[in-house]
Design a binder for this molecule. Structure first.
Ligand SMILES: Cc1cc2nc3c(=O)[nH]c(=O)nc-3n(C[C@H](O)[C@H](O)[C@H](O)COP(=O)(O)O)c2cc1C
Ligand code: SF4
Length: 457
């Protein structure tokens, strides 16, 4: 694939996001709003919309990158059960903050995408499951939904076509696992947000045991543009097997962090060193997690890579949720990994033993390495635990914890070994009454703090 011309790329999803009226229905309508939905509902049969989206090669932007049209095609056509469309607006992956911009600044773009998807799968009821902390996004969406009902865009007679579509917001209560689609559906049903074994996949048996499509906010926001500008236009942006505009959230040690809309396939180095102004304080790049904290880490030497599903997969990592976490050469990878592992242990729902115990053990063992109480064999022990977690659980949260752990341990092993060695030296000093502390006088907590101070000193 030739290099992507990101400098001349005209924004699509965030084109209007900076305008003060971008959330208003009148503003949206005056810029061609709801023409995509009108076209879908008046000029295409539902099956044709599915075929169109399949042909566009739009892949899901929520994490897994599953082809959108293909997912829709799994919904049974003839069934007495109602069908549901569920919007995943949980945005819970660490390092990810893209969907909130659409929710807060361009809600009608999302509602239009919902109408197109609902028509394609013939769902008359849609729910938008929004992260509880997104108070502003929730209020903006509620207002936009009311506007859409008032003007006949939602409700019993969408755009005068006779198609019914109702849309209800549902707020989450702050669990990462409720971003996982089956956990989300459990939560939406009023139960604890526990993931379910697949198959059956939600498209066949989802919400209230009825066929359900779960799509991410950004995925749906692409639909109006595919309908109005066409499949060829969409496929002209980036790689053929997963094209389109892409929102990338850059956080960490860059001069200009933020959400960037870029053509799929932009080189990671161009993103960091050109668009984001390079590494802050004139420091050096050390590592990047390219797709939210669940993705495997890339070393600085591996960052010459196109940001698209297949190129990142070929490098052993993933585009995931598009959360690009940049770390400079001052980053302590033992601390960074410990921070990630604490999160996954806290968020494991506890149903599966490899996940419940594995995330706990990883946190504990990396924690003791960090505190200077680790053993050299702990590193391989962690790698063994990771191996026992991947692919062995109900949902992929276990994999999401194991991937960054395994890759950071392998690629930055020296830092972990160094921390173990330093800790062993310190323990010897303590045992022999060395100068750092009075051995008899320390509690475990103080010991940890002093060890840390000794390392930093
Ligand atoms: C632990 C976990 C958390 C997830 N969190 C989110 C999330 O916050 N938002 C999201 O859209 N997808 C999330 N996903 C992915 C969803 O399960 C699902 O694949 C996605 O919503 C499908 O939409 P798409 O096909 O449009 O990408 C998560 C997956 C896992 C395993
Ligand atoms: S993998 Fe973890 S989060 Fe997912 S269902 Fe099992 S215990 Fe719960």
């Amino acid at each position: 694939m030739p290099p992507v011309d990101y400098r001349n790329f005209e924004k699509v999803l965030l084109k209007h996001a900076d305008h003060p009226d971008s959330a208003e229905l009148d503003y949206y309508l005056s810029h061609g709003g709801y023409e995509g939905a009108r076209k879908a509902l008046t000029q295409h049969e539902p099956g044709q919309v599915i075929a169109l989206v399949k042909a566009s090669n739009l892949r899901g932007r929520g994490g897994a990158g599953f082809p959108c049209g293909l997912k829709w095609s799994f919904v049974p056509k003839s069934t007495p059960k109602p069908k549901y469309l569920v919007v995943n607006a949980d945005e819970s992956e660490p390092g990810t903050f893209k969907d909130r911009i659409i929710l807060e600044r361009d809600p009608h773009q999302l509602i239009e995408g919902i109408l197109i998807a609902a028509w394609a799968i013939q769902a008359s009821t849609a729910y938008c499951y929004i992260r509880g902390e997104f108070v502003k996004g929730y209020r903006v969406m509620e207002r936009a939904i009311q506007e859409a009902y008032d003007r006949g865009i939602l409700g019993p007679n969408v755009l005068g076509t006779g198609f019914r579509c109702d849309l209800t917001m549902h707020r989450g209560a702050g669990a990462y696992i409720c971003g996982e689609e089956t956990g989300l559906l459990s939560s939406l049903e009023g139960k604890r947000g526990l993931p379910k074994i697949k198959p059956p996949f939600p498209a066949v048996e989802g919400l209230f045991r009825c066929p359900t499509v779960v799509n991410n906010v950004e995925t749906l926001a692409n639909l109006p543009h595919i309908l109005t500008r066409g499949v060829d236009w969409f496929k002209s942006i980036g790689p053929d097997k997963g094209p389109g505009p892409k929102l990338l959230c850059v956080s960490g040690h860059v001069e200009r962090p933020g959400t960037y809309e870029v053509p799929m396939g932009i080189n990671l180095k161009d993103l960091i060193f050109d668009l984001c102004g390079g590494i802050w304080k004139g420091r050096e790049l050390k590592a990047v997690i390219p797709g939210g904290s669940s993705a495997k880490v890339l070393t600085a030497a591996e960052c010459d890579v196109a940001m698209d599903f297949d190129s990142l997969m070929a490098k052993g990592t993933m585009l995931g949720s598009g959360g690009v976490i940049v770390m400079d050469d001052s980053t302590d990878m033992v601390d960074a990994l410990y921070n990630i592992l604490r999160f996954y242990h806290h968020e494991s729902c506890g149903q599966c033993t490899p996940c419940r115990e594995g995330t706990g053990w990883l946190e504990k063992i990396v924690g003791r390495i960090r505190a200077g109480r680790g053993r050299m064999e702990d590193i391989d022990l962690c790698l063994d635990i990771c191996d026992m977690m991947v692919g062995k659980t109900i949902c992929v949260l276990a994999d999401a914890a194991a991937f960054p752990c395994e890759s950071i341990l392998r690629k930055f092993r020296g830092e972990f070994e160094e921390r173990v060695r330093k800790g062993q030296g310190f323990t010897r000093k303590v045992l022999t009454g060395g100068p750092l502390v009075q051995p008899g006088a320390i509690s475990a907590h103080n010991q940890e703090r002093r060890i840390e101070a000794a390392h930093h000193g």
